[in-house]
Design a protein around this ligand. Structure first.
Ligand code: ADP
Length: 624
């Protein structure tokens, strides 16, 4: 197959790579790699998405808290300046030591304090000493410092409640000289309480406010109150404690970085027991000198990233396994196609082989047919030759057989002439009758010879009378039989017709009877029997020809049916009689066998079976 995408130079390398990738081990390794990659990528993406989402939400909340705090702190921003223009206070400032004016100013401040919803309003002189107040009080330690610095606000801890107070300051002037300051105090505990409440409700978010010293002054987590945002060494800790800005001991170090990213947030872990990783973001409230820090719990984001990572790993594994499945399927298909091609090739080869074998077989068959034709021709010729041999044998006996009647005929003819001259017509008639019988006998012999010598045609076997065939064979051999004085016992039913061709059946019987006569020639007892026995419930007949001749030795017995096997002197035997007879019987559907007689008896027995056409039950002794 062509690979058009690869230049020729690269093709083997690309093929090698493809083969390497299709190995199951490599594939599993790649699947593992995909899993790890999927795990890592999904974790990273999910975590980044989660953090972005969390930081956006946190920024939004931070903004909300900042607005809330600014609004709360700015709510009373204009109150001190408004009070500064009040005539009662101006009167007080003109004569600060006047008890009446102090009382009047105190009453007015108490009313304003109640109406404005602040915690305290008071007037202090330039040294930070209280001149008049909405209620009796101890001024905060930082006041003198703040007045001296000319600040307009400051934060200080409420020693009683432990919460943070916010102080607003406004200068009071008398004859262009700084005479004192109006101070408005309000407590941030209620605002903080709402944050604590919010913090309790939201498990994931913490909020804290740090002052310009980086000390937490408000927090949704009470434990972080007055903790240091970053890190405080002992000397700093002592200085903070001595500043009297904080009601209690300075809390733990939160170890937050000095500057936090505003929008993206930064991952931190507070050095506190049970602390979890958090996302920290900050917002500056510059005019107030405060920092708002929001801390969002990252546990959920991390957990979600974990789930996503396992999902990514599963996806990677699925992709890997799917690829493995597809590649193994492709490999299986390729192998199938290869197997099919090989099968087709094998099939084509087989067809070719079968074709060549068929041609070869046809050739062999043709050769065999030719051989069979030649063999048949040879067999026909041999058959004919064997008949001629038998005829030759018979000719001597025949000449004797014919000469005798001829001599008798001549004598009878002469005798008849004389009897005619004597007028003895009766005697002549008797002579003529005898002569007619003799002629009939001779013509019978010649008829048999004629039919025997005729070459058998290839017609299928018809039906023949077994008794007739036996009798005809006997007639042919009668002269020899009589010359030897053979005692013949023929037991063949007259009505028995067998499936055979009469002429050829006669030839078989002539052969068997002839051999029997030959075997008995030098024997003192010459007995010959022919029997027809029913077998296979009368559907077949067994023809037995038995003699009392010299028999066959054990060595010769297996060779009897070999062509040209003979024990007779040269010129007398051809060794073809039994071979031809067996073949004829075989053609009739039977088989010819040689059976030695029972132990102690002389002679030989030949038997063959034939199919029965009709069988009349009455057994008759055939004439010899
Ligand atoms: P041939 O008669 O020309 O020899 P056959 O094939 O008819 O040929 O017989 C072969 C041989 O079988 C004979 O030479 C003879 O030795 C033996 N043989 C056949 N029939 C008999 C028999 N009835 N008794 C003894 N030997 C026999």
């Amino acid at each position: 197959m062509a690979l058009p995408f690869f230049p020729l130079r690269l093709r083997p390398r690309a093929l090698r790579l493809a083969r390497l990738l299709s190995r199951p081990g490599v594939h599993f390794f790649l699947t593992g790699l995909l899993m790890v990659l999927g795990f890592w990528l999904a974790h990273r993406l999910s975590e980044r998405g989660g953090r972005e989402q969390l930081s956006a939400l946190s920024t939004e909340r931070l903004e909300l808290y900042a607005t809330n705090l600014s609004a709360e702190l700015g709510r009373h921003a204009s109150l001190p300046s408004l009070l500064a223009i009040d005539p009662t206070l101006q009167a007080l400032m003109s004569s600060p030591q006047d008890p009446e004016r102090r009382r009047a100013a105190g009453q007015m401040l108490a009313r304003v304090n109640v109406r404005a919803g602040t915690n305290q309003i008071f007037i202090a002189d330039a040294q930070g000493r209280v001149v008049s107040a909405s209620e009796p009080l101890t001024p905060p330690a930082r006041l003198a410092e703040a007045v001296a610095q000319g600040r307009n606000h400051f934060f200080a801890a409420d020693a009683e409640t432990g919460s943070t107070d916010f102080y607003l300051l406004h200068p009071l002037r008398q004859a262009q000289q700084a005479a004192g300051v109006i101070v408005v105090r309000f407590n941030l505990a209620p605002l903080e309480a709402t944050w604590v409440d919010l913090g309790l409700r939201s498990q994931n978010e913490r909020i804290l406010v740090a002052d310009d010293q980086d000390v937490v002054i408000m927090s949704s987590v009470q434990a972080w109150k007055y903790a240091v945002l970053d890190h405080a060494d002992p000397s700093r800790r002592r200085a903070l404690q001595a500043s009297a800005r904080y009601p209690q001991a300075i809390g733990p170090d939160l170890e937050l970085p000095a500057s936090l990213e505003v929008h993206q947030g930064q991952q931190v872990r507070l050095p506190l027991p049970g602390s979890r990783p958090m996302l920290a973001q900050q917002r500056q409230l510059v005019p107030l000198g405060l920092r708002l820090v929001a801390l969002s719990d990252l546990t959920e984001v991390r957990q979600r990233a974990q789930y996503a990572a396992w999902g990514g790993a599963a996806f990677g594994a699925s992709v890997g396994l799917l690829t493995l499945y597809l590649s193994s399927r492709r490999r299986a298909l390729r192998q199938l196609t290869k197997a099919q091609t090989e099968l087709q090739q094998a099939h084509a080869q087989l067809e070719q082989l079968v074709d060549s074998r068929t041609t070869e077989l046809r050739r062999t068959n043709d050769a065999l047919k030719t051989q069979i034709a030649q063999r048949l021709q040879t067999e026909g010729e041999l058959l004919q030759a064997s008949k001629l041999a038998v005829l030759g044998q018979m000719s001597a006996g025949l000449s004797h057989e014919v000469n005798q009647p001829l001599t008798a005929l001549r004598a009878l003819a002469r005798n008849s002439i004389r009897l005619l001259e004597g007028g003895r017509h009766d005697a002549v008639a008797a002579n003529l009758q005898i002569m007619d019988d003799m002629v009939e006998r001779m013509s019978q012999i010649t008829r048999q010879l004629k039919s025997f010598a005729r070459k058998a045609d290839d017609q299928p076997a018809g039906s023949a009378s077994l008794a007739d065939c036996v009798r005809n064979a006997q007639v042919l051999l009668e002269h020899r039989s009589r010359a030897l004085g053979v005692e013949a016992d023929i037991a063949v039913p007259r009505g028995l017709r067998v499936r055979a061709e009469a002429n050829r059946l006669e030839q078989v019987l002539v052969n068997l009877l002839g051999n029997a006569l030959d075997a008995m020639e030098h024997e003192p007892v010459r007995r010959l029997s022919v029997q027809a026995l029913p077998v296979d419930e009368g559907r077949r007949v067994l023809v037995k020809v038995r003699d009392s001749g010299q028999g066959v030795g054990e060595a010769e017995l297996p060779r009897l049916f070999e062509p040209f096997f003979t024990t007779k002197p040269a010129g007398q035997g051809l060794g073809l009689g039994l071979v031809i007879s067996a073949k004829i019987v075989h053609e009739f559907g039977g088989s010819l066998r040689a059976e030695p007689p029972p132990a102690g008896e002389r002679g030989m027995s030949f038997e063959f079976d034939l199919a029965v056409e009709t069988w009349e039950a009455v057994m008759e002794q055939a004439d010899v």
